[in-house]
Write a protein that binds this ligand. Structure first.
Ligand SMILES: NC(=O)c1ccc[n+]([C@@H]2O[C@H](COP(=O)([O-])OP(=O)(O)OC[C@H]3O[C@@H](n4cnc5c(N)ncnc54)[C@H](OP(=O)(O)O)[C@@H]3O)[C@@H](O)[C@H]2O)c1
Length: 283
């Protein structure tokens, strides 16, 4: 049996869609916070079980009979280590053989603030004695898509990543990799997952400009100024903090990877930023 936590999230939904292409639905468990949200999965014959990271009493029962568990990292930034520890303890108690965990690209040495919770989760997994596969996901390409239309309107793309190269991939590509790894036979390993292409924010401005057929220039500003600009644009403070910190870390190479591990794992090239920007602007 296979189980996927966070199966009703954005990444999780893609994982489930890929998994059912290769795996009988009756051998898949969607381990989710809110079973009502998983009705479309149940309709496909996938087992739905309640698994709330904040309610450890739900977790062990959810993982009964599971051999391979995909732990999709929680979105509750700041509470994730405790939540993930609860999942790991329950997986161990339920007799799960292999846990696959969606970590962050180069989590062991990443300067990105968000990496710390992933490092602590990886350590908890190591200490658990379970067999562990780390799927260290790079930045989602989608993180940049909300900024595309405002950049076209202003003619300026703001950021704080300098000339740091960024190797994004789409959620659907990371999900495809997770589905392949979950359905596969590997019982250990570390996958550094990122897009085939890397680009600077100046390159991104050029791609947007071409797709929109309007001039768009990149303007590099300080991390603090970018944070303030994001708050001014309506982002909650803690999100602005995370985004600006990621950009400043990207300036030092934290979001770069040219291993092409992701495209090898999924057996096809990753979707390009140009394709994604064109889809946003030109349908
Ligand atoms: N690499 C990147 O650029 C990047 C960007 C954003 C996030 N991430 C990480 O990747 C993860 C998946 O991304 P995503 O786009 O799928 O994010 P998402 O759509 O926000 O999904 C987060 C998932 O976590 C689940 N969750 C939150 N709290 C939970 C709890 N207490 N118990 C059980 N499940 C809980 C959510 O459940 P519900 O479906 O019930 O809401 C949802 O399924 C995120 O959670 C985050 O750790 C990475």
């Amino acid at each position: 049996m296979y189980a996927v936590t966070g199966a009703t999230g954005q990444l999780g939904r893609h994982v489930m869609a890929d998994l059912v292409k290769t795996t009988p639905p009756a051998s898949i468990i969607a381990a989710v916070r809110d079973p009502a949200k998983a009705a479309p999965l149940a309709a496909q014959g996938i087992q739905v079980r309640e698994a709330d990271y904040d309610r450890p009493e739900t977790l062990e029962a959810a993982f009964q009979g599971v051999e391979r568990l995909l732990l999709i990292s929680s979105s509750a930034v700041g509470r994730r280590v405790t939540q993930h520890q609860a999942v790991i303890a329950a997986a161990k108690a339920a007799g799960v053989s292999v846990v696959l965990y969606t970590s962050l690209l180069h989590a062991d040495r990443s300067a990105i603030g968000l990496a710390e919770e992933h490092r602590q989760t990886e350590a908890a997994l190591r200490d658990s004695g379970l067999s562990v596969v780390l799927l260290r996901n790079g930045w989602y390409a989608e993180n940049y898509l909300n900024g595309v239309s405002p950049a076209v309107t202003r003619g300026v793309l703001f950021g704080a990543a300098g000339d740091g190269r960024i190797s994004t991939a789409s959620r659907s590509d990371y999900a495809a990799a997770a589905a392949v790894a979950l359905a596969g036979a590997e019982t250990s390993g570390v996958y550094e997952l990122a897009g085939d292409e890397s680009w600077t924010l100046a390159d991104l401005a050029e791609v947007i400009s071409k797709a929109a057929d309007k001039p768009v220039a990149y303007k590099d500003i300080s991390e603090a100024a970018y944070r303030e600009a994001l708050i001014g644009a309506g982002l909650p403070e803690h999100v602005a903090e995370i985004v600006a910190n990621a950009d400043a870390s990207a300036a030092k190479g934290a979001l770069f990877d040219d291993s092409r591990t992701l495209s090898r794992l999924i057996g096809r090239p990753t979707i390009t930023m140009t394709q994604m920007i064109n889809a946003v602007l030109n349908g």
